[in-house]
Design a protein around this ligand. Structure first.
Ligand code: SF4
Ligand code: SF4
Length: 160
């Protein structure tokens, strides 16, 4: 099976020239309505995207988990926060908690999240393309191009 990251990387190379140029401009001189531009493109793209057909973010990366996420998830699972950390998390090089395994242990075969109501903030916000202060998240959007097919479409839309 083709590696989705390579596939997206190739598509970004082939289809993303205009988007790369626009990103460069945004980085140099972000327009005042950058957040609105992103939000509009994000909403339009996700209207026709079904994450349940993809699940690539949950399959290939781990969200960062903060104390509130750990409290909420352990309560949801009915276990102690310490037990949750021990069973599912590790501290990464930056001293932040992430899932021990990818795909995420809470991802089902049907791409559904078994802890959806209590999922971490980073999962709720992924792919971070409709956030405030998007000028600080342009590098992240560019990185996510090889993980999330919707980000590729959002960036292409911004370049039209
Ligand atoms: S907690 Fe749920 S939404 Fe977050 S990575 Fe795991 S399966 Fe995906
Ligand atoms: S990678 Fe993007 S399109 Fe795929 S499930 Fe995650 S957010 Fe949805």
């Amino acid at each position: 099976m083709e590696n989705p990251a390579h596939n997206l990387q190739n598509r970004w190379k082939k289809e993303g020239e205009k988007a790369r140029n626009v990103l460069k401009q945004f980085k140099k001189r972000p327009p005042k309505d950058l957040d609105l531009k992103f939000e509009t493109a994000h909403d339009e793209v996700f209207e026709s995207f079904n994450c349940l057909d993809c699940g690539n973010c949950c399959k290939t990366t781990s969200p960062m988990l903060f104390e509130k996420d750990i409290e909420k998830l352990s309560r949801y699972l009915g276990i102690k926060p310490g037990k949750f950390v021990e069973e599912f998390l590790f501290l990464d090089r930056d001293g932040l908690y992430a899932m021990k395994t990818t795909p995420c242990p809470f991802l089902g075969e049907d791409n559904r999240c078994s802890v959806y109501e209590a999922r971490p903030k980073a999962c709720r916000e992924y792919p971070h393309t409709n956030m405030r202060k998007m000028h600080t998240l342009l590098g992240l959007a560019e990185k996510n191009v090889v993980i999330c097919p919707a980000v590729l479409e959002i960036l292409k839309k911004l370049a039209v």
